[in-house]
Design a protein around this ligand. Structure first.
Ligand SMILES: [Fe+2]
Length: 339
């Protein structure tokens, strides 16, 4: 009996695959992704989407890096928050993995489906750029270098996705802080890659990165930057250095690289109190692997764009699946007819 059930199941697999393939093709032809979302990206313009700054200066914001191809889990993390009081979300890069129009579109669609008009200020990650269509981040999300002020705090976003931060990015903020540093209650820098060494592959690599990051490290020290918020490493690190707290938070959905820290997927809530104190709180779903349902949704983002972008290949693959599903039945019928 059990053998018969197992055999039935095994012979049904090609049919199920053919049906899933057909559904994916239909979905790929009909789904429409947004080009942009009003409350995601737009550089300093995102400031217009924030709630009014509270008179006492107390507010909180979220930080969540590297959603990548785990964007469904990223949304799950945001949905799991007990309230919607954070004023905005900071994403320190890697919104997508392998950037294509559809992957950015899917990310934006998920942000729309979040059910919460959560303004998101985004830095460029190395996975957001790509060589084939490097303008996608600029078109869909916004400029790579910008800054804004909220409740007396400065938030400055930099681009170090592919190169070290150079004078062109350093000088404007240096000049601003030279004039107005005393006016800002806190200064937060946001960029994708950490500027302090977190995972050296070799001594030579570490020395090269230290040399490349030296001008930015110098700016952070000279202008008393409070926090450097970054991602890139899919895990969590908190490093205090020369009066600045460097936070690496890349637990938004991309495959975890630091299982040993036990943190798992997570996001941070940074609360700036009225008295100026900054408190950090981590929110996590307590898992370091994705639930099957979430994994499937994430596979959706991997499979569907491919189906949309490779129409002929996906039609051919579907034809093979249908043939594999029908062939055994046709053969059985033939045999039965011959007998
Ligand atoms: Fe990443």
């Amino acid at each position: 009996m059990l053998r018969r059930i197992v055999a039935r199941f095994l012979t049904s697999i090609p049919i199920l695959l053919a049906l899933a393939g057909g559904a994916a093709m239909v979905h790929a032809r009909t789904v429409r992704y947004p080009q942009t979302v009003a409350w995601v990206g737009k550089g300093a313009e995102i400031r217009s989407q924030f709630p009014p700054a509270p008179p006492d200066g107390a507010f909180s914001f979220l930080v969540c890096g590297d959603p990548e191809d785990g964007v469904a889990h990223f949304v799950e993390l945001l949905r799991s928050l007990p309230d919607r009081s954070p004023a905005f979300l900071v994403i320190p890069g890697d919104l997508v993995k392998y950037p294509t129009r559809d992957r950015f579109g899917f990310f934006l669609a998920e942000m729309e489906r979040l059910g919460w008009r959560l303004p998101a200020a985004c830095a460029l990650g190395n996975s957001d750029g790509g060589k084939e269509e490097p303008h996608l981040f600029d078109d869909r999300i916004g400029p790579r270098v910008f800054h804004f002020e909220y409740a007396g705090c400065l938030f400055a976003f930099f681009d170090n996705a592919e190169q070290f931060i150079g004078e062109d990015q350093i000088r404007p903020i240096d000049e601003l802080l030279a004039r107005e540093r005393d006016r800002f209650r806190h200064v937060f820098f946001v960029m994708h890659k950490p500027i302090v060494e977190v995972k050296a592959e070799s001594a030579a690599d570490e020395a090269a990165r230290a040399r490349g990051n030296a001008p930015m490290v110098d700016l952070v020290r000279r202008r008393h930057v409070d926090y450097v918020l970054c991602a890139h490493l899919h895990g969590y690190l908190r490093i205090a250095r020369e009066g600045t707290t460097h936070i690496v938070t890349g637990g938004g959905g991309g495959a975890l690289q630091q299982a040993e820290d036990g943190v798992g997927y997570h996001l941070l809530e940074m609360s700036v109190r009225a008295d100026g104190e900054v408190r950090e709180r981590m929110w996590t779903t307590g898992i370091d692997h994705l639930a099957i349902g979430t994994s499937w949704t994430n596979w959706h983002v991997k499979i569907l764009p491919w189906v949309r972008e490779h129409g002929a290949a996906s039609a051919g693959l579907e034809a093979v699946l249908v043939a594999a599903a029908l062939a055994p039945r046709l053969l059985r019928r033939r045999k039965a007819a011959a007998a």
